[in-house]
Design a protein around this ligand. Structure first.
Ligand code: TNX
Length: 483
């Protein structure tokens, strides 16, 4: 029970081992489709070990079964779980379904990634018990699908990996100067024209609403909430190119395929701007069961400050009218914000204004969490404006020590963004994200008193074979003594 990432709250080894029986089943005491789905996913995940999917049954459990039961006390919270392994059973208990999901992710890590050989064989798990609860409610990853489009099947693989490390939010940066990636029925040229290219001028792409709904559902089945971001008022060249009437001078610019930021803006004085925002937010809200709609708000250098503040306050009203909470990059702190609004810290410049309003923060400090930063000078992809970010640095930071005046209760959680100006394939995404994202997952989930690079890097080493088994093209950093 030593190599789990993120590190569980409490682990206690016990004598003995559980050995699989020829008739070992996964037994669930709930008809909740999400819970039954968890059992099926566990059965699938164990095929490389058990050689065939374990049968899923509604019980009652007998000796040799793996049981998933919603019988834990409310004190384990909505995501916590208790995992007990004895020679006669494996029992995962939780108060809420998400806890069962996380218990099964931990169980997967107690087994070898695969057992070679074609024959059906036995497998075993050392006895012991784990009591686990997350530190932060929001544990996120972000993909910039705007600079380069990322196909739905690639997003799904990313979801599978992040969920295995107990991240529970996937923020999709759906729009930027270089591309609009989601079908909006009331403004159809956003996707068909605004989504037609990408950085460097190559092919673009966008999600139809049906494809997007399918992604949202897929994520939900792994307890991942999609946070859609429509970036505004800056980062809007693709919008302005699609609709001349949204431009101050009524003239649509050409599509933009460079990598500059801070030159485009919606016009805060035009009524049609807000009609546009209302339509987009309404359609996005209808696709979003989760609580948040992210409105960007970053790097609006081409928007005068008064206009910016007026714009953000009005957009917040539009988001709230759709029964959603607004999320935005820290620059939104300049506006007067509703207490339900969440600000995302990235470089600190305007986080002070957020702290003054006592809003909840998601922390994405560029120096520690930007997965588009190079590992070192030799990394062939990525940027280095926030410095190089090696595997140790992405793990070795503490949220409450990041900025003066931010305490545990101000922090909703952490998120690691992957911007894609220099990245265009899934292999490249995986290379930049892994293994650094595991360190950030641990910061989001685990208690800070256990933070120790030597101990963590030994655990991380054991995840090399697991990542390989999942087909992840991770960077085998020399800082880690890989297995
Ligand atoms: C800053 S972080 C940006 C993005 C870029 C990224 C590149 C933020 C809110 N804005 O537009 O893609 O840096 O690292």
């Amino acid at each position: 029970m030593q190599n789990i990432i993120p590190k569980p709250h409490t682990v206690m080894a016990a004598p003995g081992v559980f050995r699989s029986r020829p008739l070992t089943r996964i037994v669930v005491n709930s008809a909740d489709p999400f819970v039954v789905g968890i059992a099926r996913q566990l059965a699938d995940a164990l095929v490389p070990v058990a050689k065939q999917p374990l049968p899923v049954s509604d019980g009652p459990a007998r000796e040799g079964d793996i049981s998933l039961a919603l019988t834990a006390h409310a004190s384990v919270g909505s995501e916590g779980y208790l995992l007990t392994v004895t020679p006669t059973e494996i029992l995962i208990r939780a108060f809420a379904p998400a806890g069962l999901f996380y218990g099964t992710q931990t169980l997967r890590q107690l087994l070898p990634p695969s057992i070679p050989g074609a024959e059906k064989g036995g497998w075993e798990v050392a006895a012991g018990s784990i009591h686990d609860v997350p530190r932060f409610a929001y544990r996120g990853a972000m993909l910039d699908v705007a600079r380069h489009f990322i196909a739905p099947r690639d997003i799904k693989k990313y979801i599978d990996i992040i969920a295995a490390y107990k991240l529970n939010h996937l923020h999709l940066h759906l729009t930027d100067d270089q591309g609009w990636r989601i079908e909006i029925r009331s403004w159809d040229k956003l996707a068909t024209h605004g989504g037609s290219t990408s950085v460097g001028g190559g092919a673009g792409g966008y999600y139809t609403q049906a494809e997007y709904r399918d992604l949202v559902e897929y994520a939900a089945s792994r307890h991942v909430t999609i946070v859609p971001e429509i970036d505004m008022p800056g980062h809007t060249s693709a919008v302005l190119s699609s609709y001349p009437e949204l431009n101050r001078d009524g003239i649509a610019p050409a599509l933009y395929t460079g990598v500059q930021v801070g030159f485009s803006s919606l016009d805060a004085d035009k009524e049609i701007t807000y009609a546009f925002v209302e339509d987009v937010v309404r359609e996005i809200a209808a696709l979003t069961p989760g609580p948040y709609i992210h409105i960007g708000g970053d790097e609006a250098q081409a928007t005068p400050t008064d206009d910016y503040v007026r714009f953000i306050e009005r957009v917040q009203g539009i988001v709230n009218a759709c029964d959603k909470q607004m999320m935005g990059w820290e620059e939104i702190g300049q506006a007067r914000l509703d207490p339900s609004t969440v600000a995302q810290h990235w470089n600190g410049a305007q986080t002070r204004a957020v702290i003054k309003q006592a809003l909840k923060l998601v922390l994405s400090p560029a120096t520690f969490t930007y997965l588009d930063m190079k590992y070192d000078a030799a990394t062939h992809l990525g940027q280095d404006w926030a410095g190089e970010l090696d595997v140790k640095k992405a793990y070795d930071w503490e949220p409450t020590r990041l900025l003066d005046g931010i305490y545990e209760q101000d922090i909703l959680g952490v998120e690691a963004p992957l911007w894609t100006e220099t990245i265009s394939t899934l292999d490249e995404i995986e290379y930049m994200a892994f293994p650094r994202l595991l360190g950030i997952a641990e910061i989001g989930w685990s208690q800070p008193d256990g933070q120790n690079w030597e101990e963590y890097s030994a655990r991380l080493a054991a995840h090399g074979p697991r990542l390989r088994q999942m087909g992840v093209n991770f960077f085998a950093a020399s800082q880690v003594d890989w297995k």
